[in-house]
Design a protein around this ligand. Structure first.
Ligand code: NDP
Length: 286
């Protein structure tokens, strides 16, 4: 049975470090602040916001939320983003995604100030991920994957990493971050031929496809490290990942659970990014 990689353990170790970093800013009279912008109050967004508030609260970061009506248009969102960009008391801006279908995502991506874009949606931060430039903000979820691998001291150099999924928010950035750590990376998607065969080449297997429990033990190389990014609901209404833990865990060397895996680290990364943004903004002002 593979060892369980606990996101809760990782978060538990990182939060005290972040709290100490935050204290340094608070001692200088700076209160780092995150503002979450969302459309309406859908349960998924509120669940994430609750987690972000909890983690940020533990660390000492202030959190505000700005709720737009669900039918607010792109101009309204751009107005809010512009105000937050210009508000010196705001260090980080998190725009809850996915946006309603009528929103012009590209316009929003180019509007958000890169220095406050702590979930890496601007083209500027995206470019930094591709350039392996650590001064940017990669999206929080792929960064959480890397935090878990780092925390458990999993060697990536020269390893075959297979990423299932090629979205802009998870698949592609996590592939770039793995490449930056010198893994040999394969990215799979819905048109990949023989997905299980390709997946079985992975010493590291990252699943980010949004299909409940699709990745069974037959997709896993014996002894591989399996990171499950998926957040789905199973047939019984329970939260589950993209990986079928019960069949994959006996084959894997190490594996993240859902819940308690990547999702547990995402808000920790969010807090880390807000602190880094606050420190950089304070430095620039000094
Ligand atoms: P998307 O739907 O944007 O992308 C899914 C990707 O998986 C696409 O590239 C798609 O391929 C690929 N895919 C879908 N079905 C298959 C299949 N049968 N075989 C192979 N590839 C397939 O999802 P996201 O990247 O946004 O999210 C992925 C998962 O991660 C979801 O479960 C989501 O809930 C979760 N998530 C978790 C977060 C966390 O904090 N833990 C945060 C964000 C997301 P194609 O491009 O060809 O369509």
């Amino acid at each position: 049975m593979g060892e369980t990689l606990s996101g809760k353990k990782v978060a538990g170790e990182v939060i005290p470090e972040l709290t100490a970093e935050c204290k340094k800013l608070l001692d200088r009279g700076l209160t780092p602040k995150l503002v979450i912008v969302r459309f309406g109050a859908n349960p998924d967004d509120l669940f994430y916001e609750k987690g972000a508030r909890k983690t940020c609260g533990q660390v000492g970061i202030a959190v505000d939320a700005h709720e737009l009506p669900p039918d607010a248009d792109t101009a309204a969102l751009l107005r809010v983003v512009g105000e937050l960009n210009n508000d010196p008391s705001v260090n980080g801006i998190l725009l809850m995604q996915p946006f309603p279908k009528h929103i012009d995502v590209q316009a929003v991506r180019t509007k958000i100030a890169p220095a406050k874009d702590i979930d890496g949606m601007s083209p500027f931060n995206e470019a930094k991920v591709y350039e392996n430039d650590p001064t940017g903000f990669p999206p929080c979820t792929p960064t959480a994957v890397m935090e878990i691998l780092k925390n458990y001291r999993i060697e990536l150099k020269g390893k075959n990493a297979v990423v299932l999924g090629r979205s802009t928010v998870v698949g592609k950035p996590v592939a770039m971050l793995l490449l930056g750590e010198h893994a040999t990376v394969t990215i799979c998607h819905s048109r990949t031929t023989d997905l299980a065969g390709v997946a079985r080449q992975g010493d590291i297997l990252v699943a980010a496809i949004g299909k409940a429990k699709m990745i069974t033990g037959g997709y896993v190389k014996p002894g591989a490290v399996v990171i499950d990014v998926g957040i789905n609901v199973d047939m019984n209404g329970k939260m589950c990942g993209d990986v079928d833990f019960d069949s994959a865990a006996p084959v894997a060397g190490m594996i993240t659970p859902v819940p308690g895996g990547v999702g547990s680290v995402t808000t920790t990364v969010l807090a880390k990014h807000v602190l880094r943004a606050a420190a950089a903004q304070a430095g620039a002002k000094a």
